[in-house]
Ligand binder design. Structure first.
Ligand code: FAD
Ligand code: SF4
Length: 400
């Protein structure tokens, strides 16, 4: 069923915050069920009905070419590049390309509102989705809220506001549900600015991650798993703390990631018009994937604020990915001195640029494939997209 065939939704009632979501424990709290668009949940939910190929056709006029190695990994595209703002936005996750594009789109009148996510007054990591109508409100949404965020919970307000041109910023699972109901929103034009996303957590899970990994969990304002194989924490006093990936307490953190993220194969946000991340770019740079003409139009608005360079690729990830499969499975944690040493070595000789992005995609897809196979074997065939099956098939996985 395509979204065109959907019956009317306005009589449906949003689910109560306490009621169990249709995707049950796989729910990523994308927010769709907090609105009357819950009416479409069986078709639209990324964890009930995986339909990335069909939605790629709807959005980009074609699905990805599986024989093109870049599209197999990074999705439908016209162009990829590394970029950074010549004048970075203070306090943004990276250099603030996402916030800058949103501000330009709003200021130029291209859109009337921007769906983005601020945090609550009480808790810097508690997400609070909004429809921003001023540049100040967009700026107040800068930096990742590294928790599941119900961005689509504001969808009802869009229809009620009469808005016709909208930008939505979001991660893959939110965007899949959004694209599935796009035609029901009453918009003339929807723009989607996506970020890659992986290993997200609920608020309690985030607390456990911070307490297990950082020297000062209370003062962390920002963190990122970076291309130098370290987690970088930024603290309130401006100091930076780094922890090598190989030193993470995998045995304690195994259950911290949300089940939705353990079963997600849309790391690169396949259905956004434009994707802004970091993992395919050299350290310190952001990585941009232009998927279609709409994405190109969005990027053009900030081109004069950016320094860019072509994407590069160096190294060979395959051996490292293969070795990480049983290591993760057994929850192997290295002593810190060994983890630091390993971090230094791998930073020197390990995969860089697009090869680092492939390393990260391969490691997560193999882990997630095993998770779905073990926990939801009946969903495996339909839930794992064809491109992910091809990527996973390059590796030897444990039988059980
Ligand atoms: P900013 O200008 O700081 O803007 C950040 C934007 O993100 C804001 O507009 C805000 O509305 C939105 N946002 C914040 N939190 C959320 C959320 N929980 N859900 C939806 N939207 C949100 N990139 C990679 O290359 N590899 C990764 O593995 C990766 N993992 C990520 C995991 C998460 C949970 C998130 C939210 C992002 C991830 N990214 C990843 C993207 C990357 O961290 C940056 O967000 C991106 O490069 C944009 O940086 P910026 O400085 O331009 O963003
Ligand atoms: Fe509903 Fe979104 Fe949860 Fe699916 S992931 S059950 S659409 S809130």
């Amino acid at each position: 069923m395509t979204s065109v065939d959907f019956p009317k939704h306005k009589k449906a009632k949003a689910l109560k915050p306490t009621s169990r979501r249709p995707a049950k424990e796989l729910c990523s709290e994308c927010g769709l069920c907090d609105t009357y668009y819950v009416h479409y949940v069986k078709e639209a939910c990324a964890f009930i009905n995986q339909q990335i190929g069909e939605l790629e056709e709807q959005t980009h006029t074609r699905s990805r070419n599986l024989d093109n190695p870049d599209e197999l990994y990074f999705g439908v595209q016209q162009e990829m590049m590394a970029a950074r703002k010549t004048e970075p936005i203070e306090g943004a996750q990276w250099t603030g390309i996402v916030s800058s594009i949103a501000i330009e789109m709003l200021s130029s009148g291209m859109v009337e509102g921007v769906v983005c996510v601020q945090n609550t007054k009480e808790d810097r990591f508690q997400p609070m989705p909004i429809i921003a109508r001023t540049p100040e409100e967009i700026l107040a949404a800068k930096v990742n809220k590294p928790t599941l965020s119900p961005n689509l919970s504001v969808l009802e307000q869009i229809e009620q506001s009469g808005m016709k041109r909208l930008l939505v910023i979001g991660v893959g699972c939110q965007i899949q549900a959004l694209r599935a109901v796009e035609k029901e929103l009453g918009l003339e034009k929807l723009y989607v600015l996506g970020t890659p996303c992986v290993d997200n957590v609920n608020r309690a899970g985030l607390q456990k991650f911070l307490e297990t990994t950082s020297r000062s969990p209370k003062t962390v304002v920002h963190y990122e798993f970076m291309q130098d194989f370290r987690v970088h924490f930024k603290h309130e006093d401006g100091s930076t703390e780094t922890v090598p990936f190989f030193g993470l307490k995998t045995n304690q953190l195994k259950d911290v990631f949300a089940p939705s993220c353990m079963s997600c194969f849309d790391y690169v946000n396949s259905l956004a018009d434009l994707v802004v991340g970091y993992m395919g770019a050299p350290f310190g740079w952001q990585w941009i994937v232009v998927r279609n003409d709409t994405g190109k139009e969005m990027l053009e608005l900030v081109k004069d604020q950016l320094e860019t360079q072509p994407v590069m690729s160096k190294g060979d990830r395959k051996e490292a990915v293969q070795q990480s499969i049983p290591a993760y499975d057994k929850g192997v944690t290295l002593p810190m001195w060994a983890a630091k040493l390993m971090g230094v070595v791998i930073e020197k000789i390990g995969p860089k640029g697009l090869e680092y992005a492939r390393f990260s995609i391969d490691s997560h897809f193999t882990r997630n494939y095993l998770y779905v196979k073990r926990n939801y074997p009946h969903k495996l065939e339909a839930h794992v997209p064809e491109f992910a099956k091809r990527i996973v098939s390059q590796y030897k996985l444990p039988e059980k």
